[in-house]
Design a protein around this ligand. Structure first.
Ligand code: PEP
Ligand code: MN
Length: 339
């Protein structure tokens, strides 16, 4: 069960009441510090405590949720999470966000070209890796702090929302100016990193580990919300299957299934899932006509010169064509905006 109190004094009194009655509970952090997450074995007792007390029983039906979900904060039943509002930009359930940008940031000029494209087309989200998780230690590891600085300059120039990946807890203080912190597939179950990033009270984009079940994926998102993340966006980015012919397998079934399992925003990343720009384009188009909330795609002005993942990156012309197609299709699908 999840219970939310609007008033500080009531939260404290209810906490005391639970303690006196030996009820096991966990409290959320940051914006969720007024939430009590209570093990379902105590549901009956807690309901009685709520009803017995005149103050407590004034909390409305919408302020508590009975759920036996193992991840109550991210569960579908939990309507206590407000919708996503980031830097004043309100995103509704029917809207589709497009997070576009290079795999790794390599120069101001190249990221600026993406920023210009986004701004011209009234899109709001820019991605770009500064700290890169690379399979080989000999591959380009990212521009690190210099990359973050370029991302900041471009997002400020075009008034965009920035998304970039953190690899290590040691770098956390460098991410102050980042709007959405990405936790990549390889770190999905790095619980200590999840807790630290959550404590920043920012929106977190969590990518699915490539062999993670949806239960494991949602449990990691639960860590983020419990430890104080403002909100979480889930991203399916391809899983490992027996197929050797594509980089990973874009798990569209799970992408859509997640929308039935959670109240969180769910997006797809067909670039990393497929490893090839033409496949990413088609998979992006296909999955845009589904209940998902967005797509992340790699876009680089000169993919052949990119320092990582050039083969799966769209150029600006292809990104423009993708946007045009998705706009048409999404209009048939629902009445939301492309943001
Ligand atoms: C990325 O988005 O740059 C990335 C490395 O993705 P993933 O963690 O899904 O491999
Ligand atoms: Mn990449």
């Amino acid at each position: 069960m999840i219970i939310k109190f609007a008033k500080e004094d009531l939260t404290q009194r209810f906490k005391n009441t639970l303690e006196v009655n030996h009820v096991d509970f966990t409290m959320g952090k940051n914006d969720r510090s007024n939430l009590f997450i209570i093990n379902k074995v105590f549901d009956g007792l807690v309901l009685k405590l709520l009803l017995k007390n005149d103050d407590f029983n004034r909390i409305g039906d919408s302020d508590f949720i009975i759920t036996d979900s193992p991840y109550p904060l991210v569960s579908k039943e939990n309507t206590l999470n407000e919708g996503l509002n980031i830097n004043g930009l309100e995103i509704n359930e029917n809207d589709l966000i497009l997070i576009l940008g290079p795999c790794s940031i390599d120069s101001f000029k190249n990221l600026d070209a993406v920023g210009k494209f986004l701004s011209k087309n009234n899109l709001h989200f820019i991605r770009g890796g500064a700290f890169k998780p690379r399979t080989s230690p000999y591959s380009f590891q990212g521009m690190k702090e210099d990359g973050l600085e370029i991302l900041k300059e471009v997002k400020e120039k075009y008034n965009l929302i920035s998304v970039t990946e953190i690899l290590s807890e040691d770098d956390i203080s460098k991410f102050d100016d980042v709007d959405i912190i990405q936790i990549g597939a390889r770190n999905m179950q790095n619980f200590s990193l999840l807790k630290k990033v959550a404590s920043l009270n920012k929106v977190v984009l969590l990518k699915r580990g490539f062999s993670a079940t949806l239960d494991e994926f949602l449990s990691s998102a639960e860590y983020l919300l419990l430890y104080g993340a403002k909100n979480v966006i889930l991203c399916e980015r391809g899983i490992r299957t027996f197929n050797k012919d594509t980089r990973f397998t874009y798990d569209i079934s799970s992408l859509i299934k997640l929308k039935e399992m959670t109240n969180l925003m769910v997006i797809g990343d067909p670039s990393h899932a497929s490893g090839e720009s033409n496949l990413a384009y088609s998979l992006g188009v296909c999955s845009s006509c589904s209940p998902i909330n967005g797509l992340m795609l790699e876009v680089h002005p000169h993919p052949q010169e990119a320092l990582s993942d050039g083969e799966e990156s769209l150029n600006i012309k292809e990104a423009r064509s993708l946007l045009r197609t998705i706009k048409k299709l999404r209009k048939i699908y629902n009445d939301g905006k492309i943001i």
